[in-house]
Design a protein around this ligand. Structure first.
Ligand code: ZN
Length: 208
């Protein structure tokens, strides 16, 4: 089965539609969304409306989603993010608020752990940037794969059980079938990439 994994849409309807158009003929049977649906961009309600029409879809909440709901303190957000949260709050209709309120912080889909920021402390919104951050996180989930977003930088880490070592995977296409390995994969951002490549980033996971 092919599963598309999207994160950090950030109210960017054009980017979301571009991704959905791209995966339309890729035999995708399931969609996972790793949160930060809103914040920064101009179309929060429209993006939620698009997600509500996708099925099956499995979504977890991000810090911006929790921020607009008042479920997390936005004092720790940067100034632009705070302005965006306050603006988004005014735009959201009841259906969008209900939807964001319904999202869990973590979930397991097809034996993959999904969380917006980190499996170790899902509501602390810590970033996983390097090997040291990643190595610490493998103890906090039991599944073979964990998918995260939050940093807006696509990056995959592999944990080798025998040597207890962690490396970065540089290939854009790689196998996750090695029995000795577990994987922590940041899928990047659909709506606001921060890796120097303005194109939307996401992952297609082939479970077969
Ligand atoms: Zn984000």
């Amino acid at each position: 089965m092919r599963i598309a994994i999207l994160s950090d849409i950030h109210s960017n309807l054009e980017a979301l539609n571009a991704v959905l158009e791209y995966i339309n003929d890729k035999n995708i049977e399931k969609i996972i969304c790793l949160g930060d649906i809103v914040g920064y961009g101009a179309s929060p309600n429209e993006c939620i409306e698009v997600l509500l029409k996708l099925s099956p879809i499995f979504t977890v909440a991000g810090n911006h989603d929790f921020g607009v709901l008042g479920k997390t303190d936005i004092i720790y957000f940067n100034e632009i993010a705070q302005i965006a949260i306050k603006w988004t709050k005014k735009q959201l209709d009841c259906r969008s608020i209900d939807y964001l309120n319904s999202l869990p912080l973590t979930s397991v889909v097809d034996e993959a752990f999904i969380v917006h920021a980190s499996p170790g402390s899902p509501d602390a919104w810590n970033y996983i940037f390097d090997i040291y951050d990643a190595k610490d996180q493998f103890q906090y989930f039991d599944d073979k794969i964990c998918f995260v977003g939050h940093s807006h930088v696509p990056r995959a880490f592999v944990f080798r059980k025998k040597s207890s070592s962690v490396e970065i995977i540089n290939e854009k296409k790689f196998s996750v079938s090695d029995a000795d390995c577990r994987y922590l994969i940041n899928v990047g951002s659909v709506g606001q990439p921060r890796d120097g490549d303005p194109r939307a980033s996401f992952v297609i996971w082939d479970t077969d």
